[in-house]
Design a protein around this ligand. Structure first.
Ligand code: KIV
Ligand code: ZN
Length: 384
């Protein structure tokens, strides 16, 4: 792997599926897993096998279906969890166990009710146990975002020495600011012996709307794997959106970071996940929202009609969107109206356009959006 390639770890089927009401059955998960393979993700987190027989079965079937991506199963730092995860991965061509434990004061004192020293012992034992089943073991330091860097480095040093291959530094509560998160990753990179043999991973939640920014900042700090979900779905305010981090890296070439993702499949994958989970994508969602390439104000429409990149930084075809949309509303101008008439096969003169525009404004004030049928009606009425 080139040192600037970012591995895309998709957790739509694990963290994404934790969204209330979004439960999928094994068949639906298999369809999504195949699509994720086509999309080019490097790792599919297929589930949390100890959590239910259904999840176990899904990991098993995904493991025997996909061939290219690594298939990963989640576990707590509990031997039984790890054994069940290992069993679920038996058929996977490239298996990975993802195990870990909380490392912040809050988790140590209030959730796990133990001591920092015991956390290190449990983390090491979990990694060693997982290593007895598979070579590829990812360790997560839950709530790393709120864990002091010195203690976090001690935990990470211990699991690196125990044989972890990937080090996940989750901002579990979506608390960090981008510069803080970048500094945290850089601190680990610079202070843990032997860390260069491992891959550092980001796993950011969106409680403050910073998941995407934090993931990119983490990559700038030295992480080479980003954990994310399609449409950014996940616990509470969600996870980092896959489509956003991928397109940021493509748009900002100077970062020198790239992925294996076939971006032309982003929209189709977004629709598949949204429909399977019954979870609507907000219209203004970056990259895959219905309005991501729609222009409705006169000033913007005039620019886009003259040259698309005046108001669009991404060519819609690059993410699988057919074309930009010129939406007619009461804020639209003559240029947009003439453009839409032309698309319908009506080349109107300037004088006709002036008259039709007055008519259009009246319709637009009554309706939210003026449709093709309204335009045809206006043309017919003007010819009568
Ligand atoms: O947010 C988180 O910390 C997690 C871990 C289980 C990786 O999802
Ligand atoms: Zn998470």
């Amino acid at each position: 792997m080139n040192t600037n390639q970012i591995q895309i770890f998709d957790t739509t089927l694990r963290d994404g599926e934790q969204v209330p009401g979004c439960k999928l059955d094994t068949k639906q998960k298999l369809v999504i897993a195949r699509q994720l393979e086509l999309l080019g993700v490097d790792v599919i987190e297929a589930g949390f096998p100890i959590s239910s027989p259904g999840d176990f079965q899904s990991v098993r079937e995904i493991g025997s279906t996909v061939t290219e991506p690594i298939v990963c199963a989640l576990s707590r730092a509990v031997f039984k969890d790890i054994e069940v995860a290992a069993d679920s991965l038996k058929t996977a061509k490239r298996p990975r166990i993802h195990t870990g434990i909380g490392t912040s004061d809050s988790h140590i004192q209030h959730k796990l009710r133990t001591t920092p020293e015991k956390i290190i012992e449990r983390a090491v034992a979990a990694v060693k146990h997982a290593k007895s089943f598979v070579e590829d073991v990812e360790f997560y330091a839950e709530d790393a975002g709120r864990t002091g860097n010195e203690f976090l480095a001690r935990v990470i040093q211990a699991v690196v020495d125990a044989g972890a291959t990937v080090l996940n530094i989750p901002d579990t509560t979506g608390y960090c600011l981008p510069d803080e998160y970048q500094a945290k990753i850089a601190f680990l990179r610079d202070n843990v012996n032997g860390i260069h043999k491992c891959t550092i991973s980001t796993h950011c939640h969106n409680d403050l709307g910073l998941a995407t920014a934090n993931s990119i900042a983490g990559a700038m700090g030295g992480a080479r794997q980003i954990e994310c979900t399609i449409n950014g779905i996940g616990e509470r305010a969600g996870n980092t959106a896959l489509e956003e981090v991928v397109m940021i890296m493509r748009q900002h070439e100077h970062l020198g970071l790239y992925t294996n993702i076939n971006s032309k499949l982003l929209l189709e994958t977004s629709h598949l996940v949204s429909e399977s989970m019954g979870m609507v994508v907000q219209p203004n969602k970056a990259i895959v929202g219905d309005n991501a390439f729609a222009h409705s104000s006169g000033i913007h429409q005039d620019g886009v009609i003259k040259r698309r990149d005046t108001y669009e930084i991404i060519d819609p075809a690059e993410v699988g969107v057919d074309e930009s949309r010129i939406v007619l509303t009461a804020r639209s101008g003559r240029a947009a109206l003439a453009y839409r008439f032309k698309n319908l096969g009506h080349n109107v003169t300037k004088v006709q356009l002036d008259n039709l525009y007055q008519e259009f404004l009246q319709v637009a004030d009554r309706k939210k959006e003026v449709e093709d049928a309204d335009l045809e009606e206006m043309i017919s009425a003007s010819a009568a």
